[in-house]
Design a binder for this molecule. Sequence first.
Ligand code: PGA
Length: 319
Amino acid sequence: MIDPVDSGTGLPTPRRRFHTRQTTFRQLEIFLEVARRGSVTEAARALHLAQPTVSTQLARLQEALGETLFEHLGRRLDLTAAGEVLQRGCEELFDVLERIDSRLGALHGLTRGTLRLGVVTTAKYLMPAYLGAFCRRFPEVEVQFSICNRNELVSRLEANQDDFYVFSHPPTELDITAHPFADNPLVFIAPADHPLAGKAGLSWNELAAWPLLVREAGSGTRLAIERVFRARGWPFAPRMVIASNEAIKESVLAGLGIAVVSRHTLHHGGGGDLVELDVEGFPIRTAWSVVYWRLKVFSPAAEAFLAHLGVTAGCAGRR
Ligand code: PGA
């Protein structure tokens, strides 16, 4: 592409890739959605746009920037190096725009903006109660609530996709702050008519005969169980791997085995015909923590949420 020439000096002026006449916020928003989802179809669905509209806007953006932003690897769209640069920039840009919006709101005494919260699967039973009260207090705040297993949540945290994350086993290697705010006891469960139900102080020998059902690798609950089994020298030999707390409860109820789950999982929707087994050294005592990057700059909505949880942001930045 040839650099334009300054009409005054006649010298070439550096080409500006972003120009309000060529590139719109909407195009950048569309680009970001495609980049995050790796698919035009899924991005179009998420944005409530027709697929050709998304493709056209992407093509215009690429043309304006003079860069190829994606490459096709099989059915998935992957970012090129230029695409990665643009994705990082867009994330910063939209973050700044959102801060401007919430500061404007603050001028009118309103706490508004978007609160992005990512939680591990098991915390989904707990967080709606906190969010319900928060949303009633701050009706102008839009809440985006993402739920995934621990490994996926670590990836969201690393990509700085949310304001806060709720883990019971926060990663230890990142520069984050973690504030415990609620207990998360992990308990053995069995059907109410199980031969071990009601027995006190069960030992591993008594449990070992029963098939163990566990969550998938990447689950925080499973990580906690593996650690405890290792520490006690118990063999970790699951009979079935089930990637859902609800399906684990149903499977235990159907007599397929016993399992260790969060007490929140057991009581969610009523324990039904499941009971907690009284096992030596159980429950495993863990706690829910709200986690954020230590240097995170909070929006008024995010600050309000921390305060709502009863947490004071220690060394976190303010804006
Ligand atoms: P999980 O995480 O839902 O991925 O099992 C729960 C936890 O971290 O305790």
